[in-house]
Design a protein around this ligand. Structure first.
Ligand SMILES: [Zn+2]
Length: 50
């Protein structure tokens, strides 16, 4: 039997007010909609310094 790594069932996207339930195959903290929008603050600071 093969074991596939999955995340906990029924996790919600961490984006404020987002109620998307994450797939057990999605190991990210955000749903696919917000994954690109959830930019770490460090990254933002680096972009601003230019
Ligand atoms: Zn989301």
């Amino acid at each position: 039997m093969k074991k596939i790594k999955t995340s906990l069932k029924g996790r919600k996207c961490k984006f404020p007010l987002c109620k998307h339930i994450l797939s057990i195959y999605n190991h990210e903290l955000y749903c696919h909609v917000h994954l690109n929008q959830a930019v770490p603050e460090r990254h933002l600071a680096a972009a601003k310094s230019k």
